[in-house]
Ligand binder design. Structure first.
Ligand SMILES: Cc1ncc(C[n+]2csc(CCOP(=O)(O)OP(=O)(O)O)c2C)c(N)n1
Ligand code: SF4
Ligand SMILES: [Mg+2]
Length: 285
C-alpha cells in the first residue's frame, strides 16, 4: 500500500495510540497478499470493539486480506456492528446513513470514474443483513437494476445484532432472539438468487470456515464489478452474543449448518462474466 495514502497527520504521531501507529507501519497489504498471509501483516487493530468470537470480525479480516487492490479500494459501510470496526482498519472507508449504502456507493463510483478516468478505483459496500436485505434493500436492488459497477458484501449474522437482537429477513424461520421471543414466522430471504435475477453478474454465499473460497469470491466479485456489472457476496458470520453460543464455537456453528443443510456455499456467474473470468484466470495460470 502506498503509505502516502494512509498516514498519521504531522504533529499527531506521538498522541495516536501505539496500536494505531503500528497499523500504519505494518498495515500495508503487499502486492499478492491473501488470506494465507493473515498474521504477517496488520489489517485490523486487535483491540477492536467487536465481541469475542464475533463472526463478523473474522469475515472482515478475511475480506480485507482478499482485496485485489486495497490502496485503490473505498469501502462503504452502514450502521451496525461492522461499522464500529471500520475506524480500526488501514483502508479508506466511508460510513453511510443506515440503508443508504448502495446509493452512496453508486454515486461515489461514478464520481471516481470521472475524477480518475485512467485509474481503477474499486468501490465495495460492506454492510449487515439488516442494512442490505431489509431496510436498505430498495437501494441495493436499484443499484443492481442500474448495473452499477460496485460490489455489495453482506455480513450475514442473521440478526439486527447492534440493536440488541431483532430478527432480520435473513434470520432462519423459527429463530428466537432477545427481541423476537415468539420465533420468526417466515423463512430466510434467498438474496443470492434475487441478486442474480436483479442483474448481478456474480452472486455468491461463502463463510470464514472456508477462507480460500471466501478469498476467491471476493476477488472474482471485485474484478467483475470493474468490467461487467454489479456483484454480490453474502458472508455467513454467526453472532455468539445474540445467538447465545460460546465465542470459540463460531466456526463449528457454520460447519454444523453446512452439515444439516441450512447453509451452503453458492456461486452464480453470468455467461458474460464467465467468459471474461475464463480469460483473466487463464492468463494468470
Ligand atoms: C435510519 C436508521 N434506522 C435505524 C437505525 C437503527 N439501527 C442501527 S444498527 C441497526 C441494525 C443493524 O443490523 P444489521 O444491518 O444486520 O447489522 P449488525 O448490527 O447485525 O451487524 C439498526 C436498525 C439507524 N441507526 N438508522
Ligand atoms: S453483537 Fe454479535 S455481531 Fe455484534 S459484535 Fe457482538 S458478536 Fe459480533
Ligand atoms: Mg446483522
Amino acid at each position: 500500500m502506498n503509505k502516502s495514502l494512509f498516514k498519521i497527520s504531522p504533529g499527531f504521531e506521538d498522541i495516536m495510540p501505539a496500536e494505531y501507529r503500528e497499523l500504519v507501519e505494518h498495515g500495508p497489504y503487499e502486492k499478492g497478499f491473501g488470506v494465507s498471509d493473515l498474521g504477517t501483516f496488520k489489517e485490523l487493530i486487535e483491540e477492536h470493539p467487536l465481541c469475542a468470537g464475533c463472526g463478523l470480525a473474522l469475515s472482515l479480516r478475511m475480506i480485507l486480506a482478499s482485496l485485489p487492490k486495497p490502496e485503490d479500494t473505498i469501502i462503504v459501510g452502514s450502521t451496525g456492528c461492522s461499522s464500529i470496526a471500520f475506524p480500526q482498519v488501514a483502508l479508506h472507508n466511508i460510513h453511510s446513513l443506515f440503508g443508504n449504502q448502495n446509493a452512496l456507493a453508486s454515486g461515489l463510483k461514478r464520481a471516481l470514474k470521472l475524477r480518475f478516468p485512467d485509474k481503477i478505483k474499486d468501490v465495495v459496500v460492506i454492510a449487515g443483513d439488516g442494512a442490505t436485505a431489509d431496510i436498505g434493500l430498495d437501494m441495493v436492488m436499484q443499484s443492481w437494476f442500474r448495473r452499477e459497477n460496485i460490489t455489495t458484501i453482506m455480513l450475514d449474522n442473521e440478526a439486527y445484532a447492534n440493536t440488541g437482537g431483532q430478527e432480520s429477513g435473513m434470520s432462519p424461520q423459527g429463530t428466537i432472539l432477545n427481541m423476537a421471543p415468539t420465533g420468526k414466522k417466515f423463512p430466510k430471504i434467498s438474496l443470492p438468487e434475487i441478486a442474480r435475477e436483479a442483474g448481478c453478474a456474480y452472486a455468491a454465499a461463502v463463510s470464514p470456515a472456508h477462507p480460500k473460497r471466501l478469498e476467491k469470491a471476493v476477488r472474482r466479485a471485485i474484478l467483475l464489478a470493474r468490467e461487467i456489472g454489479p456483484t454480490y457476496i453474502q458472508v455467513f458470520s454467526p453472532c455468539p452474543t445474540n445467538y447465545k453460543f460460546k465465542p470459540h464455537e463460531t466456526i463449528a456453528r457454520i460447519k454444523q449448518r453446512e452439515k444439516d443443510g441450512t447453509f451452503s456455499i453458492k456461486e452464480y456467474i453470468s455467461p458474460e462474466a464467465q467468459e471474461w473470468l475464463a480469460q483473466i484466470e487463464e492468463v494468470k495460470k
